[in-house]
Design a protein around this ligand. Sequence first.
Ligand SMILES: [Zn+2]
Length: 249
Amino acid sequence: MAFLALKFSRRMAVILVLSLFSAILVGQGLRAAGQRVAQTALVGRVIVVDAGHGGVDPGTVGPGGILEKDIVLDIALRLQDLLEKAGAKVVMTRTTDTDVSGYEDPWHPNRYKKDIYRRAEIVEETSPDVLISIHANADRSPSSYGAQVFYRPDSLGQNKRLAETIQGELKALVDGARPNTSDDIRQFILEKSPVPAATVEVGFLSNSREARLLNTPDYRGRVAWAIFIGLARYFLESDRLAGIGAEAL
Ligand SMILES: [Zn+2]
């Protein structure tokens, strides 16, 4: 009982502190403290981080030749670093500028199909706690703007909760992030995922201002931090829903 009470109060402290850290733009010192606090929520969790595209597949191409594959890989690697420092086990679908089809010939006619199947397989083989896929958006209208999290509706509502938690942090930390998540997505890795999953579209490369921001390391770091804190919050809430610390209430 005492142990649970201690655990509960620690959880409440973590929620309080995470609120503080998501409400302000964090400096280096505070960021380090936030990292330590998030550790409570993330230690031992297994997370697949999927950087979209890669190799011969650039994804969306922004102004000045900014490539989606490069932007999303950089954010994915930053997220990996934050999560691992917090004690999570991270499995990356890719860590370099390559696709994941495994074909030596990058122009093999089945490359795309093999690539998306392999990503889904990695999730299945790993049995993670969650999957986060990272992409950048594009639209015919150059005014479309804002980071947004997408999910596939599931019977337990876990995908929605994961997406909304991360969206909340993006709204708090990333200028112009969209107000709401969306379930309007067809993406093989999300459809096949046996675990809670969401895709973060980090912004529109078809918007010149947002493309410029995404091309700066600071901004990509902020996006990665928002996803990181969103994941910490998601796991805290998962523990609460699972009844951890309930006796102390
Ligand atoms: Zn993409």
